[in-house]
Design a protein around this ligand. Structure first.
Ligand code: F6R
Length: 259
């Protein structure tokens, strides 16, 4: 049994008080991009877990701009994405593979063989997620995981919806109806909105050496307050981040309004 799973099973995990940084939305983007750049300058072989969604869009803009100035190279960096819809064509404009290509991968020098995202068209999602998990294990561990948090009180991280356990690993999940509703805006044809996804588990996320949770907008205020001040439980998967000794919640003024 892996160390983290044993500690969770034996309830010997410690709870930590996360670092909380509050600032403007623009300040968050610059801070997150800077954390990535500093890490990679110090360790070009760093391994990242990266999110999609509206929250990190400007972080990627900063990273691309810094790369284009010649101030950083991602050539030796490994990227694991947090999650992907299933089933959906990877070429669909709303797939997370398409998002990553247009916002980051195709604009910088990440080597295609160093970028891993679950295959949204996998015929056998169980096999796909097991292989993805094994690749993560073999990577030597994630140095920095950047996350967003789900809408309302879903408190999801990756697509670990309510009910996910702290020892969950990469797997096929059913999306919460609130998540499906929030993601409707990315699909011109509502019939195409996926009801399932492939996601890194909570345990994969907690195994990262450092975690940044980016939180923006008033729609996240109740969720972030729940995650930070409520019980640590499957009712709010983001609350499990309090098991991690090196996590920073990076929150804009609107999202911090209930803290
Ligand atoms: C996306 C992901 C999700 C999002 C979350 C917030 O890869 O893992 O957990 O981070 O749903 O999405 P936005 O940023 O669109 O509010």
């Amino acid at each position: 049994m892996r160390q983290l799973e044993r500690e969770i099973a034996e309830s010997t995990l410690d709870l930590y008080v996360p670092e909380i940084l509050v600032g403007s939305s623009e300040g968050i983007d610059a801070y997150a991009a800077n954390q990535v750049v500093e890490l990679i300058k110090g360790n070009p072989n760093a391994v990242l877990t990266l999110p999609t969604g509206s929250t990190p869009e400007s972080m990627y803009e900063h990273l691309v701009a810094i790369y284009k100035k010649g101030d950083v190279s991602f050539h030796q960096t490994t990227v694991f994405n947090l999650d992907e819809y299933w089933p959906l064509s990877p070429a669909h404009p709303a797939s997370y593979a398409s998002y990553m290509r247009s916002h980051f991968i195709d604009q910088v020098d990440v080597s295609p063989e160093n970028w891993y995202i679950p295959n949204s068209a996998a015929a056998d999602p169980e096999r796909e997620t097991k292989e993805f998990d094994a690749l993560m294990q073999r990577s030597g561990g994630v140095d920095l995981a950047i996350l967003g948090i789900g809408p309302g009180l879903t408190c999801h991280i990756g697509f670990n919806e309510r009910g996910s356990t702290a020892d969950s690993r990469t797997r096929l999940v059913e999306l919460d109806s609130e998540t499906i509703e929030a993601n409707r805006r990315f699909f011109s044809n509502p019939a195409e909105i996926p009801t399932h996804a492939l996601t890194q588990g909570v345990a994969n996320i907690l195994e990262a050496r450092k975690i940044l949770l980016l939180v923006k907008g008033g729609g996240k205020a109740a969720g972030i307050a729940r995650a930070l001040t409520g019980e640590v439980s499957s009712d709010a998967p983001a609350s499990f981040l309090r098991f991690h000794p090196n996590v920073t919640f990076v929150v804009d003024y609107e999202a911090a309004s209930k803290l």
